[in-house]
Each structure stands twice: as C-alpha cells, then as structure tokens.
Design a protein around this ligand. Structure first.
Ligand code: FES
Length: 218
C-alpha cells in the first residue's frame, strides 16, 4: 500500500475533522495545532463513525455512547483500555497523503457498514471560499459585521467558541470599518491576530486593511 492523496491541507482547518475514503476504507482526518492525524473512521466500541461525533480541545467523542479518544494518539481517554486504528500521514505540496497499512486493512464492522458513506475527498488546487476563523467576542462581531458590509455572499459558520467566515474568492475588511463598528481603535495586523487562530486562503495585511484571497493556500 502506498500513500494516497486525499485532500488539500487548506480543506482541513485546525481543530476540525473530515471523513474520507482511502483505498475503499473509511478514514477520519483530524488536524490539531497544524499536525494531521488519520484513523479508521469507526469507534473502537461498536464501530459507529467518529466523524459523526465531536472534536473538542483535542478530544474525539463518539456520538453513540460517548467513548472519548486523544485525537493526537488515538488512545482511549474514557475508557482507557481502547484505542483507534491509526494510519500513516504525510503532507506534500499542500496536500495530505494517507497510507492505509496492511495491518489495519480489514473488513469494516456491520455497524460501520450501515452508517452513511462519507464523501470521497477530492483534492483541490485552491480554496474557492476564503476568510478568517474568529474567536467569538465583541471584536469578532465587529469584524464580521464589517466583512458583511464590504463583501457579498458572506457565509458565517458558527462553531460555538469560534466562527468561520467564508467569502467567494476574496474577502476584504478595513480598519476604518472595524473601528467604526467597534467604537474604538483597532490595529492591523496585531488586534486581528489576537482573535484569528486560523484562516483560509492567502492573507495580505496592511495598516489599513486585511484581504484573504485564493492566491495561495495555507
Ligand atoms: S459506538 Fe462509540 S461509544 Fe459506542
């Protein structure tokens, strides 16, 4: 078995997970603090896809009976006696490659078979929607409002503690707009970086504005 290209790195944001299929096998990609991990997309308990569960602070929680795993190691946290089947991962030229080892190539369980099929990961050359990930708070709300003012077709994906802002092709925000909505001075890039743990697209920042575009990947 050799490494297979499964997704663009820019399609898997920090703190998120994504199911895909590698050589006919359901695999879950997880990205934490820049590192990508790959596991069989099935809980060690009864095989329910972990992609239907939750990833929070590096902990994977199964949706069925709440088994929990360390997303960096695949080891069980609750209970500790279980572990996930892991696969080798490497990144190359902006893409994630996964190798399903012979040791872990086995028939999925009946529970896994009955679950909905994940979408095959299609490697992309560029993100089509770009923008920041913002930690929710007063500053983020002002930035989001400013982005809504200045861009068309803005999508906000609410993730609880943070929000993902997505705009087709190019997302622009100006310091003037943010300050007007915030009611106080706002410095670029410093104040933006404080509330932006990640972003999608290529970011260009001056003192007056920030622009995310499809020019390059992150
Ligand atoms: S199937 Fe995951 S906890 Fe039971």
């Amino acid at each position: 078995m050799s490494f297979v290209k499964v997704a663009a790195i820019s399609d898997l944001w920090d703190g998120e997970m994504k199911p895909c299929i590698v050589a006919g096998r359901k695999v879950l990609l997880v990205r934490i603090e820049g590192e990508v991990y790959a596991y069989d997309d099935r809980c060690a308990h009864l095989g329910v896809p972990l992609s239907e569960g939750r990833l929070d602070q590096g902990v994977l929680t199964c949706s069925a009976h709440h088994y929990q795993y360390d997303a960096r190691s695949g080891h069980g946290l609750n209970p500790k006696s279980v572990h996930l089947l892991s696969h080798s991962v490497r990144t190359e030229q902006g893409h994630i490659l996964v190798e399903v080892s012979a040791k872990t190539r086995e028939k999925p369980s009946a529970a896994s078979d009955s679950a909905p099929e994940p979408v095959e990961c299609a490697p992309q050359t560029k993100p089509d929607r770009v923008g920041p990930v913002l930690e929710i708070g007063e500053t983020a709300q002002a930035i989001i409002a400013a982005i809504r003012e200045l861009n068309a077709d803005v999508t906000i994906v609410d993730k609880g503690a943070y929000a993902r802002v997505l705009v087709p092709t190019k997302c622009i925000v100006t310091r003037e707009s943010i300050e007007r909505l915030l009611g106080r001075p706002f410095c670029l890039p410093g104040d933006l970086e404080i509330v932006m743990p990640s972003f999608k697209g290529a970011l260009a920042v001056t003192e007056g504005q920030a622009v995310w575009s499809t020019g390059a990947r992150r």
